[in-house]
Every structure is written in C-alpha cells, then in structure tokens.
Design a protein around this ligand. Structure first.
Ligand code: PLP
Ligand code: MN
Length: 371
C-alpha cells in the first residue's frame, strides 16, 4: 500500500503536510515579469542561474518568458535537469576538473551539443580537449574563459594571464572559445545601492576590457556573461555585456530583500506547523536546520510579529512580545528562507499555488547534485 499521502493539483494548500515548500504563483510570475521588462529592453540576453530553482520546468517557464538558456553550477546539475526535462541549453559555470567529471562532460556533450562550460586553467582546458580527442566526437565544445573580476573564487587573473589562457585554448582543436564569464559574486549583497553599482561598474570594466583584448588578439568573443540578482540591472547597461545570470530573483530570500530591497518579492515560503506550546509567548514549530538554512542568518516568519530561533535539526521556536492570543498547537505559519538556493536543496518538491489552491507540483530535479 505504501504512504497514502499524495497531494494533488486542486488541493487546498491548507491540506498539505509540513514542512512543505510552497510557491505563490502570482508573486513568482510577477518577479519574472519585472526582471524581463527591466532587462530585455536593454538588449541583453538573460540566462538565469538554475542553481536557485534546480528545476527543468522552471527553466522552461523562464525561457517562455524571454530567457535564452540557463546556467547550472555543476555538471551533475546539468545531467539531472536534462534527464528530467530535456532542457539542455546550459552553461556550466564552475570549472570541470578531474578525470571522472571530464569523462562525464564528454558523455553529456556527446548527446547535447548545446552544453557550454568555463575554464580558468591551461591544465583544465587541456584535459577536456584530450578527452574529446579520445571520444571520437568531431564538434568542438563551446567554452568561455572564466575571469576573476574581484570575487577571488575562480577565474584567471585579468591581463597577461587571461590572454595567455585564451591563446592556449585557441590552440586546442576540440575547444571553441566563444566568450568570457566574469561573475562579481562579492557585490550581490552590498546593501548600499550606490556602492554596489560603482563596484559593479569597475568589475564590468575589467570584464569588457578583457573581452576587447581577446578580440584584438583575434579571438572571436561572442558572449560576455556576468551578473546576479543584486547587480544584473547595472551589468545589463554596460556596453559589451551580452548576457546576465540572475537566479534568486524568482523567489528571493530575506538576505537579498535586506540588501537589494523589495522590487522582487518573496514568492516562496516554507509551510510549518506549531507542535508544542512552550510558555505564554513561545511555541515550537516543525522547521529546524533540515528545512531552513542559516548560513545567511535566520529565516523569518511571514507574520513579522513572531521571531524565529533554531532548536535543532527538526525544530524551531517562534516567540512574540504582543499580548493576547498568540500561536497554538496545530496552527500553520509560513517561514521566509534567509538563503533561497540551499533551502530549496532541502526539499523534494515545490507546491505552486494560486489563491490557496495547488495549481502545479514541480520536482527539485537537481536536488543534492553537488558534483
Ligand atoms: N552566476 C554565478 C556564476 C553564480 O555563482 C551565481 C550565484 O551564486 C549567480 C550567477 C546568480 O546569483 P543570484 O542567485 O544571486 O542571482
Ligand atoms: Mn545563493
């Protein structure tokens, strides 16, 4: 028989077991519309980062709204999203290093020639080239040079090192150098908007000047890709930037809301249940570390009168100051995640609703795909 609990389209959200990840479709669609109407008129391509949604269906919805392709961080995310949905217009934004991954990349590329990836070292680029040479595949894979524009996470340094790497890649028969990626992740959450814009423009100068230097050295650079939710609006206005990669805007989180404001709204929450009363102004709910991440601070209750605290893997507290009736055992609350990407990684499915009724159920295709 198994478990008879199987939420269906048409069910009321209020009938869901908890914790459950729920999406307000009206708000999500408004976020997508806002991004598209702000950025598309600037003439830039939008390749949303799917590290946020981890969903092929959502990738397709974004494309239907105007996006061109998607990004994934890891090779295994690309594999999972393609397997689930067939969506394969993907840029893998992390370096692919090590013989196992390189082999997997080659096998994925054999069937999906639209896959593109980044390199930031000669050894990394040569390994992919050599594996492709051994594979019998004739077409070269499209690659971008990953450039360090200030994040100091990955990326070759601008100037001579970048030019030398471009020269090396150009000499590899099975790699086709099509562009440059320069992700300024250290700026996404800068609270001061003027400072975020100023720093972003400095990073974009490094990025676009590098692209120009590559062109001068006879490399055919078509793609200059960058940006996230906190900076895409600035990147998109910079001549020479062809593509932006925002991810979190679709759902937002408290960390992003605190940094960039409420232009996009929190469209995803974690539905929770009060399990226990722990005093006149305190209850315990069924969301702890297994359903809400804490790397970017604590989640917030949508009803701002209640403050959240972590009580362990499965439990959290809600406390309040006001007099009169508070929360009781069995009550439902919605929690707003503090960092959306790793929170989604904790759930198998999204329940997407409109006006309280479940309209769609999506799987988190690349959940746990860390390789
Ligand atoms: N591009 C790259 C390379 C990233 O690593 C990220 C996020 O970490 C993004 C784009 C998207 O950023 P966000 O979710 O902040 O919009
Ligand atoms: Mn993130």
């Amino acid at each position: 028989m198994g478990n008879a609990y199987a939420p269906q389209i048409g069910d009321e959200v209020s009938t869901l077991d908890t914790p459950s990840m729920i999406v307000d479709l009206d708000l999500m669609e408004a976020n997508i519309k806002k991004l598209m109407s702000k950025l598309l008129p600037l003439g830039v391509n939008i390749r949303p980062h799917l590290k946020t949604t981890k969903s092929g269906i959502l990738a397709q919805k974004l494309v239907a709204a105007g996006a061109k392709g998607g990004c994934v961080a890891k090779l295994s995310e690309a594999e999972a999203i393609i397997a689930a949905s067939g969506f394969d217009d993907l840029l893998i934004t992390c370096e692919i290093i090590g013989p196992v991954k390189v082999r997997r990349l080659v096998e994925l590329f054999r069937k999906h020639k639209s896959i593109r990836t980044v390199v930031d070292s000669e050894v990394g680029a040569s390994a992919i080239n050599d594996a492709l040479a051994d594979s019998g595949i004739e077409e070269p894979i499209n690659v971008l040079i990953d450039l360090d524009v200030g994040l100091h996470r990955t990326g070759v340094k601008p100037g001579e090192p970048a030019l030398a790497l471009a020269q090396h890649v150009a000499g590899l028969k099975h790699l086709k150098l099509i562009g440059v990626q320069g992700y300024e992740g250290h700026l996404q959450h800068l609270h001061d908007r003027a400072e975020r814009e100023k720093e972003c423009r400095a990073s974009m100068k490094t990025l676009t000047e590098t692209a120009e230097a590559f062109r001068k050295a006879d490399h055919d650079i078509q793609v200059v890709t960058t940006g996230g939710t906190g900076t895409a609006e600035f990147c998109a206005t910079v001549p020479g930037v062809t593509e932006v990669q925002p991810g979190s805007f679709i759902f937002m989180d408290t960390d992003y809301r605190n940094a960039v404001g409420t232009f996009y709204s929190n469209s995803l929450t974690i539905l929770a249940t009060v399990l226990s009363r722990q005093g006149p102004r305190a209850v315990t709910i069924d969301t702890g570390l297994k359903s809400l991440t804490t790397d970017s601070g604590l989640a917030e209750c949508k009803d701002a009168r209640y403050q959240y605290g972590v009580l362990g893997d499965e439990h959290g507290s809600l406390t309040w100051e006001h007099d009169g009736p508070g929360l009781e055992v069995g009550d439902r609350v919605e929690m707003i995640p503090s960092h959306i990407d790793p929170t989604i990684n904790l759930f198998d499915v999204y329940y997407a609703y409109r006006k309280g009724v479940i309209e769609e159920i999506w799987s988190v295709d690349s959940r746990g795909k860390v390789q």
